[in-house]
Every structure is written in C-alpha cells, then in structure tokens.
Design a protein around this ligand. Structure first.
Ligand SMILES: Nc1ncnc2c1ncn2[C@@H]1O[C@H](COP(=O)(O)OP(=O)(O)OP(=O)(O)O)[C@@H](O)[C@H]1O
Ligand SMILES: [Mg+2]
Length: 507
C-alpha cells in the first residue's frame, strides 16, 4: 500500500484544498485524493516550509540555540488545485473533500493516463517538470483550431518550442507556413523519405495581384493624400482590368499605369490637380526603384505556391517592418479567401488546412500601432477555425501584443517571463491563468514552460524537449567563434613576411 504524503486541513472547497505534509513535496507536483467515490487529480500550486519553533521575533542567539534542538522539525504547508476525476473526463466533484482526507503522490500510471500518448493526432512536447517519467503530449487539432501563443523572454526557448511543434506536425503531413522574420527556418533540416520537407517561397510579389490598398502602401500614398489616392486608384484599376481582360500583357503593367497617370497630367480638365498628379507619378517611380527586386509581374501568388505536407517558409529577414506587414497581411487575406472558397466548393480554393507561424508577433499585431496584419491576424484568430487555419503567435514582448489577438489564442505555452507588465497582460488575456501560476513564470529555466489550453487535458509545468532539426538562430558562443577565427587566420607577422617575401629573416 502506498503511503500518503499529506493530509487535507482547514476548509476545503470543490476547487482548492489546503494541506500539510511532513515529506518533501514539490511545487508543480501532481497528487491524488480519494473522496465521495471519486479518484481526483490535484496540482500543488503553493508550498511553504514551516518550523513552529523558529518564529520571526527570535534573537539570532536564540535561533542558533533552538536550531540544534528542533533540527528536522519542519513540515510543509500548501495549496492544491483540484483538477478532476481522471476516470470521468476530469469531472470535478460537487462536494469538497473532507478535512483529514489523505493525499497521495500521483502514480506514474495515473499521470500517463492524463497526459496521454500519441493517438495519431498528438505531438510529444517533453516531460513533466517534476516527473521525468511522464511524457506530455499536445493535441494538434486543438492547436490548429484554437490557435497558440508562445511567450517568453529573449532566449527563453520559443523557437525551440516552435521547432518541436513543427517536427510533430510534419510527422503527420501537416502543412505549415512560417513568416520567417530572422531567416531562422529556411535551413530547417527535416526530411521525409530522404527528401527535404522545407519549401522556400521566394519573396516576390506580383503587383497586379495586390489589392489597391496594399499597392498604395508601397507607393507611400496614405489616407490623407486623397487627391493622389483618387488618381492612383483609377489608374491602378484600369491597368489591372486591362491585364485581366487580356487587352494588354502583364509585363505592360508599369508602362500602362504611368501612361494613364501622364494622361491625367496632360488633361486640361484636371488642371487643378496637376501638382498632385505629378507627385503621385514621382511616388510610383520611387516605388519601382526602391522595391524593384520585390516585384515580379509574372509571379503566381504566394498562397498558390504553398505545398502540401511541407514547411513553407517566407524569408522576411531582408525586408523592413513595413514591407513585412504588407506581405503578411497580403498572404493572410489571400489564404482566408482561398480557404473560404474551398469550403464553399468554389474553384481556385486552397484544398488543405494550414498552420501559420508568426514570430515577432508584437510587431505584426501591435497593441499600439494599427498595422495591416493586425486586422487579418484578428480575423483569422476569430474565423480561422471554421476554415482550418491555425495561428501560432510567438513573441518576447507579450504586453506589446494586441490583446484581442492574444485572447483568441486559447492555447498557451509560456516559458520564462520576468516582466510584471508582460505577466499581467498575459493573465488578463487568459481567464484560466491563476496568480499562483503567474508567480512561477520568472523562476522557470530555459526550455521550461507552463502549458495550458484545450490542447492539453490539464495545465502542466513541462520541460520541453530539444528539437532534432537544426535551424539557424541558436545562441552563438562569441569565445568559440573568436577562437575559430584566430586559428584560421595566419598571424600578422607571418602575413607581413610572406608579403615582403623575406622568408625566415628575423624581425
Ligand atoms: N527545451 C530546451 N532545452 C534545452 N535547451 C534549450 C531548450 N530550449 C532552448 N534551449 C537553448 O536556449 C537557446 C535559446 O533558445 P531559442 O532560440 O529557442 O530561444 P528564443 O526564445 O527563440 O530566443 P529569441 O528571443 O532570441 O528568439 C538555444 O541555444 C537552445 O539551445
Ligand atoms: Mg527565437
């Protein structure tokens, strides 16, 4: 018979129980209690160690004295969250346990039952922080349909967590689209049947496939420049319509657009606006010069380049935040339209669900700046589950992330988080995150995380495993790199000798 490790005291409620224990019990441990015919799982959310003899008001000499007498006389006191009956779908009994009820450390068997195994739809993410023998799995369908936020300080282990999830999804022929802000995932080395599963999508946009609003952003024509806006909109529409109807070929786009604007510029009827029209012509010319390499009039839309069963990566590391915003919003808009078309059985739809990773989510869905992507991220966060579109928002600055987008992420993986403002923001967005758990966040080590949401049966503190696939962006050891460089470089005296062809002459 297993020995109890503690006992319920005080005034237990259906959700929370106070306990005392003489044996070592860790924060984050899982315990079992039997009462009213239920076998209930609990989570140690608060723990203190007490020695009644050593009270606060003692003099140092007295403490020294008493310490010898009362050595090993301390006990533990803490609080347990009731999670529910393991055999009855985590049902929480409506009657609290009686004070005096025994508390047992949860058996490996019980925990394995709770945290499951791969039933063909799960990802092995790591093991319980307090129990290395208990593997933890997260449910892929719940992640895609209810979205995911991965939050941590810089270097907390966000990208490694993303990599573990990517591997788990690719194992199941998942289709993933990564907006790669740092060029970290282009070299992700995951293969299936000897073939790489990474599809790098070139960052080339076809201007004729942009919405007018997206096009206008590149031209730097904002809302307040309404005269410029009026002429540019008209010329853009004419050029695009003529391409679509086959009157002109796609390669004539820029010539047709500028030609149309020149026509307005030469038309007496628009004399009053000539200055504005000249301004907009200059802006279109500047746009061609600045973003020449980004535009390709023959390119198929990015969404049509997404390949099934692969990690599709759009490398955004070479463009600034403004361009990243336009590209991300353009792709999100298209992907939502195409998935809707598929569900409605219209032609040209995107035939499979896609999970999308947005690193630096606080830039794209900022709480303060009204970016274009923010709108589409919120739309997909709200509507995506009906169309098989999942979002993974990754950020090291949770409080700068739009709270609307964050609260739509039902699933959360929170690694080390030290800033109180960040912690508050996360807590406000998630009703199930208790203050006790928030208090744990600063003390987590790299790769240790609180995982919660629909993807996991009960919240858990987890040690996330290291991803197998390599990617760029891991921490660099400056000392190693200097050493490597030093070894590879001939010393300067020798270089000088070689240069002067002086052979072994002493200097
Ligand atoms: N679960 C883990 N176990 C062991 N080491 C880890 C784990 N996760 C991350 N690390 C180590 O910590 C370092 C930083 O991890 P990672 O790049 O995932 O952090 P990050 O939060 O994405 O950082 P950044 O904010 O810079 O993007 C890596 O070099 C990695 O080796
Ligand atoms: Mg990272």
């Amino acid at each position: 018979m297993v020995k109890p490790i503690g006992v319920c005291i005080g005034e237990p409620s259906t959700r929370e129980v106070e306990f005392i224990s003489s044996g070592a019990i860790q924060l984050g441990d899982y315990v079992e209690l039997e009462y009213e015919g239920y076998r209930v799982l609990g989570f140690v959310k608060e723990i203190r160690r007490i020695n009644r003899s050593l009270t606060e008001d003692l003099e140092p000499e007295d403490v020294e004295h008493l310490r010898k007498l009362t050595d090993k006389n301390s006990y533990f006191k803490g609080k347990i969250s009731i999670l529910g009956d393991v055999d009855r779908g985590m049902f929480i009994p409506r009657v609290p346990p009686e004070p005096g009820t025994d508390i047992f450390l949860a058996s490996g068997k019980t925990l394995q039952k709770v945290f499951g195994k791969d039933d063909g739809k799960k990802i092995h993410i790591g093991h319980l922080l307090t129990r290395e023998d208990v593997d933890v799995f997260i449910d892929i369908d719940s992640i895609v349909s209810r979205h995911l936020a991965i939050l941590a300080v810089t270097g907390g282990g966000k990208s490694n967590t993303v990599s573990v999830i990517l591997e788990g999804m690719l194992d199941k022929y998942g289709t993933i689209l990564v907006f790669d802000m740092h060029g970290e995932y282009v070299n992700f080395d995951y293969s299936r049947d000897g073939k790489s599963c990474v599809r790098r999508i070139d960052l080339e946009l076809n201007p004729t496939r942009l919405s007018y609003h997206e096009f206008r952003l590149f031209a730097n024509v904002d809302d307040s420049a309404y005269i410029q806006d009026r002429y540019l909109r008209r010329a853009f529409k004419i050029a695009v319509e003529e391409i679509q109807s086959g009157q002109i070929s796609a390669s004539d786009f820029w010539g047709r657009l500028l030609g149309e604007l020149q026509n307005y510029r030469n038309d007496e009827a628009y004399k009053e606006d000539w200055k504005s029209i000249t301004g907009v012509i200059n802006k279109v010319e500047d746009m061609q010069e600045f973003y020449g390499g980004l535009f390709n009039l023959l390119q198929t839309p990015i969404v049509d380049q997404i390949e099934f069963g692969k990690l599709n990566v759009i490398d955004l590391s070479h463009v600034d935040e403004k361009i990243a915003d336009i590209v991300v919003s353009h792709v999100l808009r298209n992907i939502l339209e195409k998935r809707k078309a598929h569900v409605r059985e219209e032609p040209g739809g995107l035939e499979f669900p896609v999970f999308m990773i947005l690193e630096e989510a606080h830039i794209l869905a900022s709480s303060t700046i009204n970016t274009k992507s923010r709108y589409w991220i919120s739309r997909i966060a709200r509507e995506g589950r009906k169309f098989g579109l999942g979002l993974c928002l990754v950020t090291q600055r949770p409080k700068a992330l739009d709270s609307n987008a964050l609260s739509q992420a039902n699933n959360m993986i929170i690694l080390r988080l030290v800033e109180p403002g960040d912690q508050r923001h996360v807590q406000q967005a998630s009703e199930s995150l208790s203050s006790d758990l928030v208090e744990q966040l600063p003390s987590l080590n790299v790769g240790e995380a609180l995982i919660m949401g629909k993807m996991i049966p009960v919240p858990a503190l987890v040690k996330i495993k290291l991803a197998k696939a390599k990617r760029s962006g891991n921490d660099i050891s400056a000392v190693d790199e200097w050493k490597k460089y030093r070894k590879g470089v001939p010393d300067s005296k020798k270089k000088l000798k070689d240069f002067l062809e002086l052979g072994d002459t002493e200097f």
